[in-house]
Design a protein around this ligand. Structure first.
Ligand SMILES: Nc1nc2c(ncn2[C@@H]2O[C@H](COP(=O)(O)OP(=O)(O)OP(=O)(O)O)[C@@H](O)[C@H]2O)c(=O)[nH]1
Ligand SMILES: Nc1nc2c(ncn2[C@@H]2O[C@H](COP(=O)(O)OP(=O)(O)OP(=O)(O)O)[C@@H](O)[C@H]2O)c(=O)[nH]1
Ligand SMILES: [Mg+2]
Ligand SMILES: [Mg+2]
Lengths: 278, 293
């Protein structure tokens, strides 16, 4: 009657390894494995494949956004403030969102509020040009809050459906830059009448456990609503998304899969779970 | 921190000073978890702990009166062995210019580093030139040209729509040679290690300019993908050194330990900010203490 279970120590070790090498992190991995061990007992699972399938379900559940909070609401004008650490992919992700929004017939406008980095304004201007959307900008070195303020007025005047504000990359540990970001967000809040505000956090999919620190700090500073997880077209699995969703309840909205404006998709929890644990 | 965790593991024991195999294993488990939390590669962490265990057994740590401190010391030594090493040198070519090629994943900090490196070399009285070989990212050429202008550093670039990265590299080399430039720094486009065509392009640039240094630019916050990608860059084009960027943040930097352990490539510099002067020659103990927490 007693078939020797193939769910042995080796099995659990392999499962732990699969999750950790995908950047799920030790804490999240251990808590998932604990839950799964209980499930194996309660449901008397005997086959490794069955357990793997259940793990994928647990992961998908963790990542499913149970809120009916729309990422980018359809029937109302939206101002989207895009934030995140240096090089995460903010400017490029904005181009991708413009691509989708335009295909949905929305009237889109961009604000070049990264007034600091060399070539930043030129970079977003090229995207605006390629995608056929206006970019509000001032000269390099100007106050990002002033650009945001200008853009909101221009967007209202031109009946824009979606205004996306690009900001400079910054590390969440650099106090004065996080203060600057709070200020820009404050300006958006005060002057965003007529617009529904959304704060999008861009996280590089190759990031390790620091991704959770980023999500915590940026959310604490400017109340991020959702995440755009980039660079998943490489070999990184983006497992830090689990801790971000699990510990902070911050939903993953979009994923980036390349450098062109078409290279993104809406986040699919099941697909992500299967890619994490094939 | 790891010392606190090990203190916790050994603190529960009586003062008999006699530890069991189980106690040492509990301590080693804490070391492994600490490494994984610091983004150290899974396999590198496992091997590291094996080495620590061997030394702990060999040194009879189980008989020590302060086993926690002994384990910490062994861990620190093992880290120092992997991370430490030769002093930083930038290689010199037999005849100038010496070419330094910067490579790495998208957004790691290559273009910013080009200016930092150029500034550092000029401070040492070397005539330098940077070449804008990223023709793909929107305004990448503008970015490098602006940095050059800000610092009064010479930049060689061509119109992206009518050139190729290899052409730019060759032309820059010729101009640098004609002008007696000591160091030519090639900024390249970020790329995936698994992109066969783009890795081929890098090989072409390398073959055309024979760099004395090919520096892999690695973001300090990189997770488990570090060795997967970095190892592939090394296998395909050969990497002579690494630069760890964004070390002014709070990423633990385990990726550096992983790459160093897995490929032997030395860490030469670190980036500690966005400004061109926020650039330092690497010191092994910096990463060791970050990983230990
Ligand atoms: N492969 C890949 N590359 C990406 C993706 N998203 C962005 N990139 C690349 O990552 C690099 C950085 O992208 P940016 O959009 O400039 O990043 P950023 O966050 O705006 O950077 P800063 O403004 O400097 O902080 C560029 O080379 C992009 O092409 C992605 O999904 N996949
Ligand atoms: N805080 C901090 N930011 C850095 C550091 N190095 C680079 N950056 C920032 O990181 C972002 C990306 O830098 P880039 O130099 O554009 O990166 P890249 O590797 O050339 O990017 P691609 O060409 O798109 O692959 C920019 O916002 C830089 O200012 C660093 O050491 N610290
Ligand atoms: Mg940007
Ligand atoms: Mg670049």
């Amino acid at each position: 009657i007693f078939s020797r279970s193939n769910i042995d120590d080796d099995f659990w070790d392999e499962l732990e390894e699969a999750l950790v090498i995908s950047d799920v992190g030790v804490n999240t991995t251990m808590s998932l494995i604990d839950d799964l061990r209980d499930i194996v007992k309660d449901e008397s699972l005997k086959e490794p494949d069955q357990v793997r399938v259940r793990m994928r379900e647990l992961i998908a559940e963790m990542l499913s956004d149970s809120s009916d909070f729309d990422a980018i609401p359809e029937k109302e004008p939206v101002v989207l403030l895009v934030v995140g650490v240096n090089g995460a992919g903010k400017t490029t992700s904005i181009a991708k969102l413009v691509d989708v929004a335009k295909s949905e017939g929305r009237n889109v406008m961009l604000a070049a509020a990264d007034t600091f980095r060399a070539g930043a304004i030129e970079q977003i201007n090229i995207w605006g040009d390629r995608l056929g959307v206006p970019v509000i900008s001032q000269q390099a070195g100007s106050d990002p809050g002033a650009v945001a303020f200008d853009a909101l007025n221009a967007a209202r005047a031109r009946n824009v459906d979606l205004l996306i504000i690009d900001t400079a990359g910054r590390l969440h540990t650099t106090h004065n830059l996080m203060e600057e970001l709070r200020k820009v967000r404050g300006i958006v809040e005060k002057n965003g009448t007529g617009f529904t505000e959304r704060i999008l956090l861009v996280i590089d999919g190759t990031t390790g456990q620091n991704g959770l620190m980023q999500a915590k700090s940026f959310t604490e500073a400017v109340d991020c609503n959702g995440v755009f997880l980039t660079k998943l077209d490489g070999t990184a699995k983006g497992g830090v998304a689990l801790a971000i969703a699990g510990e902070l309840g911050l939903p993953i909205w979009f994923i980036g899969t390349g450098e062109k404006s078409a290279d993104m998709s809406a986040f699919d929890a099941e697909a992500f779970a299967s890619a994490l644990l094939p | 921190s790891l010392s606190d965790k090990l203190g916790g593991v050994f603190g529960k024991l009586t003062n008999s000073g006699k530890l069991s195999e189980k106690d040492i294993d509990a301590a080693l488990r804490e070391v492994r978890l600490a490494l994984l939390e610091a983004d150290v590669d899974f396999k590198v962490a496992r091997q590291f702990v094996k080495n620590v265990k061997e030394r702990a057994d060999g040194e009879k740590v189980y008989a020590s009166l302060t086993p926690g401190q002994s384990v910490i010391r062994i861990v620190r030594d093992e880290l120092a062995q992997i991370l430490g090493g030769e002093a930083v040198e930038i290689a010199r070519a037999d005849k100038p210019p010496s070419v330094i090629m910067l490579v790495g994943l998208q957004g790691a900090g290559k273009t910013t580093l080009a200016a930092k490196l150029a500034l550092w070399l000029r401070k040492q009285k070397h005539p330098v030139m940077m070449a804008a070989c990223d023709l793909q990212r929107p305004a990448a050429v503008d970015q490098l040209n602006q940095l050059g202008k800000q610092l009064d550093l010479s930049v060689y670039s061509e119109e992206p729509s009518s050139s190729t990265p290899v052409k730019v590299a060759k032309a820059a080399y010729k101009k640098a040679a004609d002008e007696g430039v000591h160091y030519l720094i090639l900024d390249t486009a970020g790329r995936l290690a698994i992109d066969n065509d783009l890795m081929g392009e890098l090989e072409e640039i390398r073959d055309a300019t024979s760099p004395v240094e090919t520096l892999l630019v690695l973001d300090a916050m990189t997770g488990q993908d570090a060795v997967r990608s970095g190892g592939e860059f090394n296998d395909r084009i050969g990497v002579s050194g690494m630069v760890l960027t964004k070390m002014d943040g709070d990423a633990r930097g385990g990726a550096a330990l992983s790459m160093r352990s897995a490929t032997g490539v030395p860490i030469k510099f670190i980036g500690v900010g966005e400004r061109p002067d926020q650039f330092e020659v690497y010191h092994p103990d910096r990463i060791a203490s970050r990983i230990l927490g």
